[in-house]
Design a protein around this ligand. Structure first.
Ligand SMILES: [Zn+2]
Ligand SMILES: [Zn+2]
Length: 154
């Protein structure tokens, strides 16, 4: 699973808008090193360093695990079906594209996908789920930063 370019820049924009970009790792290596330290402290039962916090990576993990939770292994097994109708992404499934495709399937005149037994109904004017996920997740990053006194809310 890997977040596609469009969704990645949408995430970046939210992070920028909230003034959190200075916490994003400057390079891929930096991001990797932070993730490794995070994992180590997790395995040792220690608290991860606040200085290793990267809101963009945190959002990334959050989206991937949420989609993994609801899709489970189907995301691997039915790869060709999941990919159907989603933007090409170097052969990877983008969790936010999965969510967007689910939204689009239900964003019809009736607000339903037409599948028997599906109770999901999208009301007219609903913000697409992928956008909503990004906005609400970025907001919780902001809350974390304020809580950790990394930033003061303007
Ligand atoms: Zn995507
Ligand atoms: Zn449905």
């Amino acid at each position: 699973m890997r977040i596609c370019k469009d969704h990645w820049s949408a995430m970046r924009m939210e992070i920028d808008r909230l003034g959190l970009s200075s916490f994003v790792a400057g390079s891929g290596e930096d991001a990797m090193a932070r993730a490794e330290r995070d994992l180590e402290s997790h395995l040792e039962g220690a608290k991860p360093l606040v200085s290793d916090w990267d809101p963009l990576m945190a959002m990334n993990w959050n989206f991937c695990s949420r989609v993994m939770e609801s899709w489970g292994l189907r995301i691997m097994e039915q790869r060709h079906q999941i990919d159907d109708g989603m933007p090409e992404n170097g052969g990877y499934v983008c969790p936010l594209c999965v969510v967007r495709r689910d939204f689009d399937t239900h964003n019809t005149d009736t607000g339903r996908c037409g599948e028997v037994g599906c109770n999901i109904q999208v009301k007219p004017g609903t913000i697409p789920w992928d956008k909503n996920w990004i906005a609400s997740c970025a907001e919780s990053m902001m809350e974390y930063a304020v809580e950790q006194k990394l930033i003061t809310r303007q």
